[in-house]
Design a protein around this ligand. Structure first.
Ligand SMILES: Nc1nc2c(c(=O)[nH]1)N[C@H]1C(S)=C(S)[C@@H](COP(=O)(O)O)O[C@H]1N2
Ligand SMILES: [Mo]
Length: 212
């Protein structure tokens, strides 16, 4: 006798390779370390901050200067970019063929006249989440501030109004409710990185945890 339930429960075969240890997810899971913050686009602002007197301290302040700042209208007035990408969460789901629209970090740097960035940033968010990234991984079209997912305004639980999107790294680097980037001279851990996750997080090399 054939057990149909076995076939129905099988996970779909990916149409192309996905990173090691990952499985395909058709839905869009929500993973947040805390509650979804209420973010008002009327008062929303995104800033890029210089390294402060305190070096690598995360978040605004610490003697740092504002190198660029954009409110909601200013962000939307910048050239917009569409990005089609696969995303990979460290909890092992991968979602293929996601469509996003927003502003590249290249465009923000250009608009702010940032020509000689430091090597690392700490992304900071409403709600206090942080994550560290090499600037190299944000430029040349690889990192965006996105406000649109699949043709619709980005839902609050997925980081709306604006999240960072860096699809070539594990999805925890794509900071939801992002409010700014702070340059750092040296790499320093953000929220999950301080809790044992990898400083870089490259899915194809399965860099999940410290030392991977
Ligand atoms: N501000 C903020 N950004 C965040 C998180 C978070 O808890 N807070 N979680 C991260 C993790 S671990 C993942 S996998 C993705 C999940 O994004 P999603 O909820 O849109 O799937 O967001 C990342 N960005
Ligand atoms: Mo995650």
């Amino acid at each position: 006798m054939i057990n149909n339930r076995f076939f129905l429960r099988r996970r779909p075969e990916p149409p192309r390779p996905i990173p090691p240890g990952q499985y395909l997810e058709d839905g869009f899971p929500v993973l947040s370390a805390g509650p979804t913050p209420r973010v008002d686009t009327a008062t929303w602002q995104f800033t890029i901050q210089s390294t402060g007197a305190n070096g690598s301290e995360a978040g605004p302040g610490g003697g740092s200067e504002t190198l660029g700042s954009w409110d909601w209208d200013a962000l939307n007035a910048l050239p917009q970019t569409d990005l089609h990408a696969d995303i990979h969460c460290v909890t092992k789901w991968s979602k293929l063929d996601t469509d996003w629209r927003g502003v590249t970090i290249d465009t923000l740097f250009e608009d702010a006249g940032i020509t000689d960035p430091d090597d690392f940033v700490m992304a900071f968010c409403d709600g206090g989440y942080t994550t560290n990234l090499p600037v190299e991984d944000l430029i040349d079209g690889r990192g965006l501030l996105v406000h649109t997912y699949d043709g619709e305004p980005l839902a609050p639980e997925h980081g709306g109004p604006v999240r960072l999107l860096v699809p070539h790294l594990y999805f925890w680097k794509s900071a939801k409710w992002v409010r700014g980037l702070k340059f750092m001279d040296d790499d320093a851990p953000g929220f999950w990185e301080a809790g044992g996750y990898n400083m870089y997080g490259e899915p194809w090399r399965e860099q999940r945890y410290t030392g991977d």
